[in-house]
Every structure is written in structure tokens, then in C-alpha cells.
Design a protein around this ligand. Structure first.
Ligand SMILES: *Cc1c(COP(=O)(O)O)cnc(C)c1O
Length: 365
């Protein structure tokens, strides 16, 4: 076979794989450093909830059994906490899995997906993998330009992706603007509202999107246990939607897409409000610490509502990223998001943040 790539579908032939944050072990292997601080993947610096760890331990002896393919207990816990019906919930192997299900269930060649410039990198991947066409709408002040996105919705548009807060910019949309947008979308278009950082939004900025589900049968709200709940390694995400949309997503889902440890850990983490509060407190202190540091270095940043912040180095970010690696700090270059002069820094512990700020000052001097 001359070119085996020609066997792949056209969308897949042109796919550029998702670039994840560099794993700590990889940098350790490459440079043999003792101390490595990873602020690259918006993980919880406090680790998982101790209650989640305990639930995992208690479930270990049952690993020979298949997990509950319907995630009954976790769905019940989510339904109770967020006042929705279990039939409105879809569980995913991370919320990425749900984005993938959306692509498989709703996108195909000839159809379009609308999303914003600087938006989460998985939207173009699922769009292209399905052979659909991405309609990327220029951002406004690094955030989503909702009127421009709405203007890009045509009869061919089957999915609109909105990240709120957005990753990697951290920009937040207001309740009023987002509600008007969601309700102005035609019925022929599925709206995916990606709320991976929902828990980090402070009270006055919180958007109550769940209340729109009643009027919006085409709305899908996705959330995750990977960020605020500290379970990124286990892969648990979920979606709220109408029961009909949940039924459609369920048709393309793998029968056991959540493993049994993930299911019990997520349920326990959801109940651990104390750990979540510690996480949020650490995040707001860390955000202050980092942005104070940027101010001292005279570097602008994009105000963020997430657990990360994109700093503008006013010079190409990649060489600074490389220099930081040599100091044992892993952050995230975001040139692939159309932000070549920025780096995205996840909020760490106070010690990690100051280790990073010292390294950054060093790299820039
Ligand atoms: C991290 C992230 C996700 C999904 O993460 P999972 O680990 O797959 O749940 C989804 N959307 C955005 C915007 C993210 O940053």
C-alpha cells in the first residue's frame, strides 16, 4: 500500500491530534530534573477528594465485574444535586467523550459546526473527524462574539459549541447574553454549552443554564470531574439535556464508557463539598498570586474565570515555554489556539505558583 493514509476518511486524513500538556514523567526522563511543577492541564493542585480515594479502595475487590453501564448511582446523585431528571443525564469518559458523542450523533459531511476562535481544541477535532465543516468565528476581546456566531448559523449548521468559561482564554459570558443567544438559535441546531470550569465561576458570574433546558430541547450542557473535582486521571464527565437528546447520545455511547472506580469516585467527590471549597479558595488565592506576579513583571494577562490564566509575554511564547521546561516548569503553549505570544498557566498551590513566577522572571531576564 503506497499511502495508507489515503484509506482514512477525508476528515481524519487532515486531522491534527490534540496536544496534551507534557507529562511530568516525560520531562523527568528527558532532563533528569528533581523538582518538576506542572501547571499545564488545569488539574486540581490539591489532588482528588479523600472521600473519592476511599470509595475507590472499597470498590477495588469488585474489579472483575463490569461496571454499571447506566451509571445509576452517579446519575441519581447528579440529578439530586442539580434538580434534573436522571433521563436528562449522559455520562462520558471525561466530557471529551461527550463532545465526541455529539460529533458522532449530529455531525456529518455537508453539515457545519460553529465555534469561536481561541475556543477549546476538541471542537475542531470532533467536527473534522465527522467530516463536517468548521465555521470558526473571530473572537472579540479574546472571548466569544455571540452575535457574530449567531450570524454564522445557517440551515447547514447542526452544532454550535460555546465554552463558558472558555479555555484557554478564561473569558466568561454573561447570563443575559448567553441566554439570548441560546434561545435565538433555530431548533435545527444543537447547542453545546461546555461548562468544564463551571465550579470556578464566582457567584455573581454564575450562569444558571440548567433552567433553560425546559425551553431548549436542543441544548446540551457538559461538565466534568476533571477540573475542580480533581479526577482528571479517572475520566468522568457528564451532560444535561432533554431526555430525547440524552437518548440520542446514549445510542452512540460505548456500553461501559465509565469504569467502576470512576463511577464511585465521582459520586463521592460530588458529595465532598469541603474539598471543593478548599479547591476554590486555593484557586482564587493562586489567581491573585499569579496576576500580582505578572503585574510585577509588567506582563498583561487575559482576566480569567477558570483555574488557569493566559499571560501575554509580548514575545513568542514557545521559546519561553522551552526555557521554563529546563527550569522544571511545565506550562501550556497556546500558539495552536491562535495565541502565539501567550502561555496558559494553570493555578497551582502557593509554592508551585511562586516556583513558576521565579522561573518565569529568570527566563525573561
Ligand atoms: C478540560 C476541558 C474539557 C474536558 O475535560 P475532560 O477531562 O474530558 O472532562 C472540556 N472542555 C473544556 C473547555 C476543557 O478545558
Amino acid at each position: 500500500m503506497d499511502n495508507i493514509y489515503s484509506l482514512a476518511t477525508q476528515g481524519v486524513q487532515q486531522l491534527v491530534p490534540y496536544q496534551a500538556g507534557k507529562p511530568i514523567e516525560e520531562l523527568q526522563r528527558e532532563l533528569g530534573l528533581d523538582t518538576i511543577v506542572k501547571l499545564a492541564s488545569n488539574e486540581n493542585p490539591l489532588g482528588p477528594s479523600p472521600l473519592a480515594l476511599q470509595a475507590i479502595e472499597e470498590t477495588l475487590p469488585q474489579l472483575a465485574l463490569y461496571p454499571d453501564g447506566n451509571g445509576f448511582n452517579l446519575k441519581q446523585a447528579l440529578a439530586q444535586k442539580f434538580a434534573v431528571d436522571s433521563s436528562q443525564i449522559t455520562l462520558g469518559n471525561g466530557s471529551n467523550d461527550i463532545l465526541e458523542l455529539v460529533g458522532r450523533a449530529f455531525l456529518a459531511p455537508g453539515l457545519e459546526a460553529v465555534f469561536s476562535e481561541h475556543a477549546f481544541a476538541v471542537y475542531p477535532i470532533v467536527t473534522q473527524a465527522a467530516g463536517a465543516t468548521a465555521v470558526v468565528t473571530p473572537a472579540r476581546h479574546y472571548g466569544h462574539d455571540l452575535p457574530a456566531m449567531l450570524a454564522n448559523v445557517t440551515g447547514k449548521t447542526r452544532v454550535v459549541f460555546v465554552a463558558n468559561p472558555n479555555n484557554p482564554t478564561g473569558t466568561l459570558l454573561s447570563q443575559a447574553s448567553l441566554e439570548a443567544f441560546v434561545k435565538a438559535l433555530p431548533d435545527s441546531c444543537i447547542c453545546v454549552l461546555d461548562e468544564a470550569y463551571f465550579e470556578f465561576v464566582s457567584h455573581n458570574g454564575t450562569v444558571d443554564s440548567i433552567s433553560w433546558l425546559m425551553d431548549c430541547p436542543n441544548l446540551i450542557i457538559t461538565r466534568t470531574f476533571s477540573k475542580a473535582y480533581g479526577l482528571a486521571g479517572l475520566r468522568v464527565g457528564y451532560a444535561f439535556s432533554s431526555p430525547a437528546v440524552a437518548d440520542i447520545l446514549n445510542r452512540v455511547r460505548q456500553p461501559f464508557n465509565n469504569n467502576s472506580l470512576a463511577l464511585v469516585a465521582a459520586e463521592a467527590a460530588l458529595a465532598d463539598t469541603a474539598h471543593l471549597q478548599l479547591t476554590l479558595a486555593n484557586n482564587s488565592q493562586g489567581m491573585q498570586q499569579l496576576t500580582d506576579g505578572f503585574k510585577q513583571l509588567d506582563l498583561p494577562w487575559i482576566p480569567s474565570s477558570g483555574n488557569f490564566v493566559a499571560v501575554d509575554l509580548r514575545r513568542p511564547g514557545l521559546p519561553v515555554y522551552q526555557a521554563l521546561l529546563h527550569q522544571g516548569v511545565i506550562v501550556r503553549p497556546v500558539a495552536n489556539y491562535g495565541l502565539p505570544d501567550h502561555l496558559r498557566i494553570s493555578i497551582g498551590t502557593a509554592a508551585e505558583n511562586s516556583f513558576f513566577l521565579n522561573a518565569l522572571a529568570d527566563c525573561l531576564s
